[in-house]
Ligand binder design. Structure first.
Ligand code: SF4
Length: 335
């Protein structure tokens, strides 16, 4: 008889059972108390999963609560203006995610009567919902036995197997490990393990619940050099005027609607360069993917007659700001 196709590092049936038991027992005892874990409502699961892509948990918590207060149901989100959705997303970055959620909410209301499709396959037909997000919603909200693979799960699987698993191998391995009776909890437990114990650097193997079934018990040997960060300096003008003693207005500009990055978002006017002999008002650091920016902020320096709009400081919380604009305005104590 032909042997089933095997993946190197795959555990035996009994080891897989032990892996599931140990991981879930650890998750039941030690999982972090995060607001989205209080609900299995697919709308809440979806929102948290989209926000958690490319954003740290600590940064998501407050945004998640605020967004739900503003748009408590998929119907409210579908009926909202795009500018309001982007404003509620402000500070999280990667605004395409918010636009896609808005578009998907409209499809759910228009084509599914406001009810979430209850399977991974149907969820994947919605705008902005890929394989990972569909599997996360289907398993957590609807108990469908499908595994997820994100960066954390990938790292756990590679270390556990001792192999640089990639592409489809990862999904196959994750699905074979999955606990079909508690798929949502198992998926969250794998991600939790990667986030708090099996961390990118210096994993906490001594406290790991699946250490006995792990091939590497530490970092997997690196296959190549990490990408070098580029460095760039940028300058922004902070123009501020008082209307009365209590508040004032700040000059912002809107990015073009067809800009490839953050279209339609508001930011401070950028200065091409400055030969100014003064010192900047302040300097801060900002990193986007492979570039580290040194951001110098100057008082004045952009004419309101040419472009821009004076925005009352009290309204800044409702404006769809870029992440960097938010950071600058916070540093200037206007937010
Ligand atoms: S033993 Fe260490 S390397 Fe292996 S899964 Fe646990 S934390 Fe990760």
């Amino acid at each position: 008889m032909k042997k089933p196709q095997s993946i190197p590092g795959l555990l035996s049936n009994s080891h897989r059972r032990r892996f599931r038991r140990s991981l879930l027992a650890w998750y039941d005892r030690h999982r972090r108390d995060l607001p989205w874990r209080a609900s299995r409502d697919p709308y809440c699961v979806w929102l948290s999963e989209i926000m958690l892509q490319q954003t740290r948990v600590a940064a998501v918590i407050e945004h998640y609560r605020n967004f739900l207060r503003r748009f408590p149901t998929v119907q409210k989100l579908a009926a909202a203006r795009e500018a309001s959705v982007l404003a509620a997303w402000s500070g999280l970055g990667y605004y395409r995610r918010a636009r896609m959620m808005h578009a998907a909410a409209k499809v759910i209301v228009r084509e599914h009567g406001g009810k979430f499709p209850a399977s991974e396959e149907k969820l994947r037909a919605l705008p902005g919902i890929g394989r990972y997000t569909a599997a996360a919603i289907a398993s957590i909200a609807f108990d469908e036995p499908v595994a997820v693979v994100d960066g954390n799960v990938e790292r756990v699987l590679q270390r556990q197997s001792g192999k640089r698993l990639a592409g489809e191998e990862l999904w196959t391995w994750a699905n074979r490990l999955l606990e079909a009776k508690r798929p949502g909890d198992f998926n969250q437990a794998m991600m939790e393990l990667g986030a708090v114990a099996c961390t990118p650097r210096a994993p906490l193997c001594l406290t790991c619940p699946v250490v006995e079934m792990c091939a590497t018990r530490g970092e997997l040997a690196s296959a190549g050099k990490p990408a070098r960060q580029k460095k760039r300096e940028i300058h922004y003008a902070l123009n501020y005027r008082n209307r009365d003693i209590r508040d004032g207005e700040v000059l912002l500009v809107q990015r073009a609607g067809d800009a490839s990055l953050m279209p339609g978002m508001w930011e401070l006017p950028e200065l091409a360069s400055t030969n100014d002999e003064r010192s900047p008002a302040f300097t801060l650091r900002h990193s986007i993917t492979v570039t580290d920016y040194t951001v110098r902020v100057w008082r004045g320096g952009a004419s309101s007659r040419e472009f821009g709009k004076w925005i009352p400081v009290e309204r800044l919380g409702k404006v769809a700001l870029t992440g960097l604009a938010r950071k600058i305005l916070r540093k200037a104590e206007m937010l």
